[in-house]
Design a protein around this ligand. Structure first.
Ligand SMILES: [Zn+2]
Length: 307
């Protein structure tokens, strides 16, 4: 791993990465996804929890952490939720002129990887990540990529990635039930790798163009139509991802929906529709996985502020 920028240059690079990775609802929805940049002294800038990727600026929307300490802990073996959360909190450093910010819940795995990391909840990657057949297809399309079986965001996911992390290499991770993460030695390389992987999936699976949900009070018409097709009970009882568990509860499906809910729902319906069109089967989270997320919802993995 090489430090790619001085602390004074890094915020502008991080903001550029956030704007690019967060440019479309096909790649990130709500406050999902995150970007990070390593700086000298074993430190790292990372998107703040609850911030949208495209809203990261050189003076807001991110936190500075001692990533060396966090990575060192994760390399020693699996960490507990409270332990990792407390460690990240203790490793968060003040920055002159920057309002205090809570680092992303995914700070742990960013700290383990190469100098620039882009993590998105890409609908294209999630056709692979949220289907029974997707693992084989991902292995065929991206033989070098690492596939991580579903793990809850936070200590479980970071501990699973720690086993495969190579801090000096370019890497592509498919995170089952969740998203895509790529690492590279510099920001441009990470953004290009992210784009390349997403384009290769669209091409390899002949996926249709993405239909974004327009801003709407309540459910957007497209989402209401797809909800009617799949059924409210189906969507409440079959959970594809942590985003669905946290954003798409009974109230949200009844129309108490903000823009984040419409973005998350449109992404879920795209993934479900693509899986159907391919003749594949969706792979849902287990009851235990959903119950575990619920225990986190009451704590630090709060709805709409999780990343
Ligand atoms: Zn994520």
């Amino acid at each position: 791993m090489t430090d790619i920028a001085s602390l004074s240059e890094a915020p502008a690079l991080l903001a550029r990465a956030g704007r690019s990775a967060g440019s479309g609802p096909d790649l990130t929805q709500g406050a999902g996804g995150n970007v990070s940049v390593k700086v000298p002294g074993g430190r790292m800038l990372i998107k703040a929890s609850g911030a949208r990727l495209r809203d990261v600026t050189p003076t807001s929307g991110y936190a500075l952490v001692d990533s060396g300490v966090i990575a060192g802990r994760l390399r020693r073996g699996p960490a507990g939720e409270d332990e990792l959360s407390d460690l990240i909190k203790a490793a968060t450093l003040p920055v002159d002129g920057l309002p205090p910010a809570k680092p992303s819940i995914e700070t742990g795995f960013h700290s383990l990887l190469n100098s620039a990391v882009v993590h998105v909840h890409s609908v294209y990657a999630n056709v692979l990540n949220m289907s029974e057949e997707g693992a084989c297809a991902a292995a065929r399309l991206f033989p070098e990529a690492v596939r991580i079986p579903y793990r809850s965001p936070g200590a479980q996911l970071c501990s699973a990635i720690a086993v495969h992390a190579r801090p000096s290499e370019e890497q592509v991770f498919f995170l089952a039930g969740h998203g895509l993460a790529v690492s590279h030695q510099d920001v441009d390389g990470a953004l290009a790798l992210n784009e390349r992987v997403n384009a290769a999936i669209r091409r390899g699976l002949s996926l249709p163009p993405y239909t974004a949900a327009p801003a709407a009070a309540g459910l957007a018409p497209h989402n209401a139509a797809r909800l009617a097709f799949y059924g409210r009970d189906f969507m409440l009882n079959n959970v594809l991802s942590p985003d669905q568990a946290l954003y798409c509860g009974p109230e949200a499906l009844s129309g108490a929906a903000g823009p984040d809910v419409n973005e998350v729902l449109a992404a879920l319906f795209y993934v479900l529709d693509c899986i159907r069109a391919l003749g594949w089967k969706p792979r849902f989270l287990s009851a235990d996985d959903v119950a575990y997320l619920a225990t986190m919802t009451g704590g630090r993995y709060a709805r709409k502020g999780k990343e």
